[in-house]
Write a protein that binds this ligand. Structure first.
Ligand code: HEC
Length: 362
């Protein structure tokens, strides 16, 4: 007789038993340390039981809980609310609990959101200046581009992104600019090409550390081409975006896209963008600094033109204590098929408005 099924069965029993014991252990720790305020069900105890008015987070609300990465919650649990500009009613447990216990409690908190469709906030790595992220975001980004060539062009773009459901996101971007005309030297002001977009997170797996999205933009010829604001054509831009989390808070992001001009004068184009970066934290829980370098490659189809290559070194920094207001500054340096292109100074100010108002959390 084959004895493997029994040994295998025993193994399954032991492993399953361990998992149950582990989750019971996680739950007991949570019950002891956290449930008095956050409730055994993770929704927050009623006001009359806990004796303070302040609103408590609802850990069963996936829309909120999924976007918070473990390291951020670990910081709040270890140091108390003020480390991320939350109320000091959220106590510090750094002296009472070991890191292992805090992570056991986090495992338990993660069981409250039962819908695994929501990609985890760990994938919400720093936004590069050009490469589209795989993570769907709720944010407003103010982009500024300063040309160093004779046009002295200044382009200011407002980008609004809003999530829809666990995986979807819509976006609108409106550029405004000023530019000196190469013909008569006059300074022109105007709108650039307004873009509307949609993104969908197709795949995400936290254990593998990778996520993948597809999306598309419709770029409308709202800019006045003769003044240098816009391409003069409506453009359809499908893309795919990928993120890979790497050890030591490093990350790789990549985007592949195609631009199809719908009539008008613009050329069809394909492009690949990639960003490699790493986040450094001041002290154990402080301000996040994320240097990144982006490579932008694009090629016009049909015209036989060479591939254009740009390198964009940049540094993103969290400006406030909540870390939801971020600044990124970089330089776009042409390295191949330069023609008459000069370096461009690029920056953004990003407001992750789901995490609080612009003036909150400083
Ligand atoms: C004395 C009551 C109290 C206890 C005990 C308590 N908390 Fe809190 N916690 C709060 C309050 C109040 C907030 C909200 C603070 C705010 O919004 O300014 C909070 C916020 C949090 C947040 C931040 C959520 C976010 O918005 O990102 C996390 C995570 C958290 N608590 C985890 C825990 C864990 C884990 C424990 C147990 C180890 C615990 N808390 C124990 C009161 C408490």
């Amino acid at each position: 007789m084959n004895s493997r099924p029994t040994i295998f069965g025993l193994l399954v029993l032991i492993l399953a038993g361990n998992a149950v014991a582990d989750s019971a252990h996680d739950a007991a720790l949570y019950e002891d340390a956290c449930a008095a305020c956050h409730g055994s069900d993770g929704r927050g105890r009623p006001v009359e039981d806990r004796g303070f008015e302040l609103e408590l987070p609802d850990f069963t609300d996936c829309e909120f809980a999924s976007r918070e990465p473990d390291p951020d919650w670990h910081a709040v649990i270890h140091e108390g609310g003020p480390v991320r500009a939350f109320d000091r009613m959220m106590p510090a447990f750094g002296d009472a609990l070991t890191d292992e216990e805090i992570y056991a409690i986090l495992r338990h908190i993660r069981t409250f959101c039962e819908n695994k469709n929501w990609p985890r906030g760990e994938f919400n790595v720093p936004k590069p200046l050009f490469t589209e992220k795989a993570f769907p975001e709720d944010e407003t980004v103010f982009n500024l581009g300063l040309d160093t060539d004779d046009s002295k062009a200044v382009i200011f773009e407002t980008l609004y992104e809003k999530r829809f459901g666990p995986r979807g996101m819509v976006e609108v971007s409106v550029p405004l600019g000023r530019r000196d005309s190469p013909v008569d030297g006059d300074t022109n002001f105007g709108f650039g090409d307004v873009a509307l977009g949609y993104k969908y997170a197709l795949y995400h797996d936290l254990e593998r550390g990778s996520a993948f999205s597809v999306g598309g933009e419709v770029i409308l010829p709202t800019g006045k081409e003769e003044d240098g604001f816009g391409s003069g054509s409506a453009i359809l831009e499908p893309y795919a975006a990928y993120v890979q989390l790497l050890p030591g808070d490093a990350f790789l992001q990549a985007q592949a896209l195609a631009e199809f001009a719908l009539g008008g004068r613009a050329e069809n184009e394909v492009a690949v963008r990639a960003a490699l970066g790493k986040t450094f934290t001041e002290g154990e829980f402080g301000r996040a600094w994320s240097p990144m370098v982006e490579l932008l490659a694009s090629r016009e189809l049909g015209s036989g033109a060479d591939t254009t290559l740009d390198l964009v070194p940049q540094l993103q920094v969290a400006l406030n204590t909540r870390q939801h207001i971020l600044l990124n500054v970089g330089v776009r340096v042409p390295i191949a098929n330069k023609q008459d292109r000069k370096p461009q100074i690029v920056m953004y100010l990003l407001w992750d408005w789901f995490d609080g108002g612009f003036r909150d959390g400083w």
